[in-house]
Design a protein around this ligand. Structure first.
Ligand SMILES: CC(C)(COP(=O)(O)OP(=O)(O)OC[C@H]1O[C@@H](n2cnc3c(N)ncnc32)[C@H](O)[C@@H]1OP(=O)(O)O)[C@@H](O)C(=O)NCCC(=O)NCCS
Length: 210
């Protein structure tokens, strides 16, 4: 009896120890990957490679993930080439989250594909899709199930609860379309100005598209 209790205690200790070690290792890895070495070209590809091989993410090597970019369940995260996630972007990827090629996401944006049902608080998860060449302003919140069309613009601080059409400029809480913009022929990326056609073709060729 005493022997069984002692074994149960040892198993529990071992479990907590393993959890603690893996948590600490994850924290240390995050600190290392936050270094400018890992988000500035030419070595930015290393961050994608590490997140892809350790956590099963699908991130193009031609992507900038600045310091403080964090995800829950990297294996649900897919990011195409020339996308730029600025400081402290959080991807709460309970369900798949897709970020298209050439998309720029400003600091402290929260992208959540999971939540709790208001009725009984049951955990829910619905994919989020952010199209190509989209701009998301600082501290915007993208809620579960939302699809944002290519070339859309989301204003700073917007809370996006519904789908956003391509080329729409959307602001406010809840986010509403205030105007539509022309589809550009080329856009700014951290890797230099690029033809939109080239960005779309490159993403498909690279195979990080869905
Ligand atoms: C959305 C944004 C791109 C719109 O730019 P724009 O097309 O030049 O639009 P305007 O400035 O003409 O604004 C259009 C209307 O939306 C309102 N508006 C603009 N941005 C808004 C925002 N973030 N939240 C709420 N309302 C906003 C304006 O007050 C204006 O309203 P009005 O027509 O009643 O006067 C810009 O305002 C924005 O939010 N940029 C994000 C900047 C940022 O986050 N930078 C981070 C560092 S990269």
């Amino acid at each position: 009896m005493v022997h069984r209790a002692r074994r149960g205690y040892c198993d529990a200790m071992l479990k907590y120890l393993k959890h603690g070690v893996s948590h600490a290792a994850g924290g240390l890895l995050n600190l290392i990957l936050d270094s400018p070495l890992f988000y500035n070209p030419p070595l930015q590809w290393l961050k994608a490679k590490i997140l892809n091989s350790l956590y099963g993410a699908r991130i193009s090597p031609q992507t900038i993930l600045k310091s403080g970019v964090r995800a829950i369940a990297w294996d649900n995260v897919q990011i195409e080439a020339y996308a730029y996630l600025s400081d402290d972007v959080t991807v709460h990827a309970r369900a798949p989250v897709f970020v298209g090629a050439g998309t720029t996401i400003s600091p402290e944006v929260f992208i959540g594909s999971g939540g709790h049902n208001p009725a009984d608080l049951a955990v829910e998860a619905t994919p989020v899709r952010i199209g190509r060449c989209v701009f998301v302003g600082a501290r915007a919140v993208i809620l579960p199930g939302v699809t944002i069309g290519d070339h859309a613009v989301i204003g700073a601080g917007a809370v996006v609860v519904n789908d956003v059409p391509s080329c729409a400029v959307c602001v406010g809480v809840p986010a509403k379309v205030v105007r539509h913009k022309e589809e550009p022929e080329e856009i700014w990326t951290v890797f230099g100005r690029k033809k939109v056609e080239e960005i779309f073709r490159g993403a498909v060729d690279e195979g990080f598209d869905s």
